[in-house]
Design a protein around this ligand. Structure first.
Ligand code: DGY
Length: 320
């Protein structure tokens, strides 16, 4: 029997996808394409499986061009790049990679939060560029952590892992979530969380209800001394409003692991602001996390091809 054809949207280290060897006919997209390369698209009519990265758009139009598709396996916990509703209608399981990136993403969140709070990018640049005159009692003053309030928007696994770390710094915790969870943190409505928090950290998934969740109105509610951290998805924050907020001092600073769009072009004015720290979506970028994400994506893919239930299925209602 011929092996099923699988499209891998971007090259991955061989060791990470060793499980696919001998089991599938793999066609790999070229480096440098955010989504499907034209060379890869040509194989859609024959594809039985797709192993996608979070930048690859798997939408309705693409599904029409892939009539034999049996599984979409996304190497990410978020699946906002996939039209899950369309996949569900066609009973195509969508795999994702929860849990294995929780610690890495929570660590990175704390790293950029601390970096912004203690003004590391600005002070490091000043030291390097000769503006370190003498030890200055009033120079590069940052935010105190102990006793400050961190408001977490989206208290899922990553939000809770951030809370656990922040607790170790003596930070008080509040959160906004559709459902109350078992936690010592205060469960607050969004408005109250924004008004009372010294740091606000976003960890909700991107969906219609969270797109633009933090816009002008919300940024104006925040404390002028507040720091906004986004480790969720760029479009959860209105970028134009954020630019005004940072320029005009509605809030003190922002630390962004994700932006809208991605990649954020080097000409984007947010880069010019001393109070905006931007890193290129590296929340899960540790050796261990990325390798496990790829391995789980392979497990999901192989299960889908075999007609078995995916170990980590986002639309598991298709099995009901
Ligand atoms: C995910 O898996 O959704 C993360 O954003 C990757 O870093």
């Amino acid at each position: 029997m011929s092996k099923p054809l699988v499209l891998l949207t971007h090259p991955l280290p061989e060791a990470w996808i060793a499980a696919l060897e001998d089991k599938v006919r793999l066609v790999v997209g070229e480096e440098g394409f955010a989504s499907f390369s034209p060379q890869l698209e040509a194989y859609l009519p024959e594809a039985a499986g797709i192993l996608s990265l979070l930048t690859a758009k798997v939408d309705k139009e693409l599904l029409v061009r892939a009539p034999h598709l049996r599984v979409v396996s996304n190497m990410a916990v978020g699946v906002d790049n996939v039209d899950v509703v369309a996949c569900t209608k066609q009973r195509i399981p969508v795999g994702h990679t929860p849990d294995v990136l929780t610690d890495a993403t929570a660590d990175l969140t704390m790293a950029i939060l601390l970096s912004a709070a203690r003004r590391l990018p600005e002070s490091a640049r000043d030291a390097k560029e000769g503006r370190w005159g003498t030890w200055s009692p009033t120079g590069w003053l940052g935010a105190d952590l102990r006793g400050a309030q961190l408001g977490i928007i989206g208290m899922g696994k990553i939000g809770q892992a951030v809370a656990e770390r922040a607790h170790g710094f003596g930070i008080r915790l509040a959160y906004t979530n559709p459902a109350k969870i078992e936690s010592d943190a205060a469960h607050l409505p969004l408005e109250e969380l924004l008004k009372t928090s010294d740091f606000v950290s976003l960890h909700c998934p991107l969906k219609e209800s969270t797109r633009g969740l933090i816009g002008e109105k919300e940024l104006k509610m925040m404390k002028k001394t507040a720091i906004l951290v986004n480790a969720a998805r760029g479009p959860v924050v209105d970028s134009d409003a954020l630019l005004c907020a940072l320029k005009e001092g509605w809030i003190a600073s922002a630390a962004l692991d994700v932006t809208d769009p991605e990649p954020l072009p080097a000409s984007n004015p947010l880069y010019d602001l001393p109070n905006c720290l931007i890193v290129p979506h590296i929340g899960s970028a540790t050796h261990g996390a990325r390798r496990r994400m790829a391995e789980i994506a392979c497990e999901n893919l192989l299960a889908g091809l075999a007609g078995e239930k995916l170990p980590h299925c986002f639309n598991s209602e298709i099995y009901a």
